[in-house]
Design a protein around this ligand. Structure first.
Ligand code: PLP
Length: 442
């Protein structure tokens, strides 16, 4: 990623922020940080890369970024939101994004959600024919204000990670394109509904190479052409390209860039740039992951069976995927002293453990790091998407505070709160506290 001379590079920004956070005691005992300059640069890169495609509505996948101030920050930079639940919709609306600035995707939209989206003029990508039948009833005879589309499963196959591959032959998402009779059913669905004007495809999330994503887009573009030929006019006017650009979790390098991806897309389907369709994107991880990190204090250290173990506060509650599927979702960790300075010294294989009460609650196993001591800080890198924003409530552990940071020209770090740590009162309320005593006795 390129940097301008006025702003320090990502790695330097992170170190400056870390030492400032240690100095201001923001890691208490754990906190998330978001690099706002990095986020601005990512948005710029995204919009520039897609410029050859003409009119593009960029949205951020709210599930990668569940925090209202971040949605507002991105919204002010021109990024709308893709939402997939009533909660995500409410958070986006609280952030000031509503109506046509939202795209509603989800395989399980209730009638109430559909009606709300239609009343608001929010775009909807229907997932299946039963949902389409509900839309028939809700839309009635008046032309809808919402852009309405269908999510297509192009069945182009899986990427490296099965759980995040959505375009397999038997995926739960979208309408299968290659199943026997699938194409004919789709053509018929459009023929009967002039208000269906969009096709949506999202091949998967992390682990899907850009070439596979482009295969999905190519299949959907060809389908749009076929629908329009059948209709005799340009019924399908937009294509929602989904998200899913993979992130390199092994280094500070970004992995494939948006520009690389657009190049791959245009090499595969040059007609995407011919101006006949407008587009939507729904990136999450590639916008956010590299622009966030998680910091935890080391509480205790021990040796068991010859293994060095550092017990921290960062476990599955903030890194569920990494802890539960360590081989698929490894994170880079780095060791720092209490002031945030990188530790030096020989690397020793260590388990970096979280606080949860199960033995597998390890952020990393036998990871070579300078020997950690109580009071040190451990940084989990590239956690700006799907980590501290997607909490897992095991052991009633609180959601950590999240701070945005910017670095002034004088090198001064400015922190802005994004979320405070969950309080004990809030944890009790979440645990049904208001109903204590309500259960019948005897
Ligand atoms: C998860 C998801 C995205 C975002 O995926 P990323 O890998 O975070 O870019 C976009 N669209 C849909 C429909 C999704 O489910």
């Amino acid at each position: 990623m390129t940097t301008t001379s006025a702003s320090p590079a990502r790695t330097d920004r992170r170190l400056l922020a870390l030492t400032a956070a240690a100095d201001r005691r923001l890691v208490d005992p754990m906190a998330g940080f978001v690099d706002l300059a990095g986020l601005r640069a990512a948005v710029e890169e995204l919009t520039e890369a897609f410029a050859p495609l003409g009119h593009v509505q960029h949205t951020v996948a709210a599930k990668a970024c569940g925090l209202a101030p971040l949605l507002r920050f991105l919204g002010d930079l021109g990024i709308d939101a893709e939402v997939a639940s009533p909660g995500e919709t409410a958070v986006a609306e609280a952030a000031g994004l509503r109506g046509p600035r939202l795209v509603l995707d989800s395989p399980a939209k209730t009638t109430g959600e559909l009606a709300h989206a239609l009343a608001e003029g929010t775009a909807i990508n229907a997932d299946n024919f039963q949902e389409l039948a509900r839309l028939d009833r809700l839309v009635g005879s008046a032309p809808p204000r919402s852009v309405l589309g269908l999510r297509i499963n192009p069945q182009v196959g899986a990427g490296r990670i099965g759980d995040t591959s959505t375009a397999t032959a038997s995926s739960k998402f979208g309408i299968p394109l290659r199943d026997h009779g699938g194409r004919a059913l789709l053509l018929e669905a459009f023929a009967h509904r002039p208000w269906l004007t969009r096709l949506h495809v999202h091949v998967g999330s992390q682990g899907c190479p850009p070439g596979l994503m482009a295969d999905g887009v190519a299949a959907v573009h060809a389908l749009a052409e076929e629908i329009n030929a059948e209709a005799g006019y340009r019924q399908v006017t937009s294509i929602d390209l989904g998200g899913g650009l993979p992130v390199d979790f092994t280094s500070d390098e970004p992995g494939p860039t948006y520009a690389d991806y657009v190049e791959t897309l245009l090499a595969r389907v040059p007609a995407l740039a011919d101006g006949r369709y407008t587009y939507v994107t729904e990136f999450g991880r590639s916008l956010l992951a590299k622009n966030g990190f998680l910091v935890s204090a080391v509480e205790y250290t021990k040796v068991a069976g010859g293994r060095h173990i550092a017990v921290t506060h960062a476990g599955a509650q903030v890194a569920a995927r990494t802890v539960l599927q360590p081989e698929l979702w490894p994170l880079r960790l780095s060791a720092h002293d209490a002031a945030g300075t990188p530790k030096t010294g020989p690397e020793v294989p260590q388990d970096v453990a979280g606080p949860l009460c199960f033995a597998g609650d390890l952020l990393a196993r036998e990871r070579p790091l300078p020997l950690l001591e109580p009071g040190d800080l451990v940084v989990a890198h590239d956690t700006g998407a799907y980590y501290f924003g997607a909490h897992y409530a095991y052991n009633t552990l609180p959601r950590p505070a999240v701070h945005g940071f910017d670095i002034g020209v004088d090198g001064e770090v400015r922190f802005t709160p994004i979320r405070r740590a969950q309080s004990l009162e809030e944890l009790v309320a979440d645990a049904g506290g208001e109903y204590v005593g309500a259960l019948p006795n005897g």
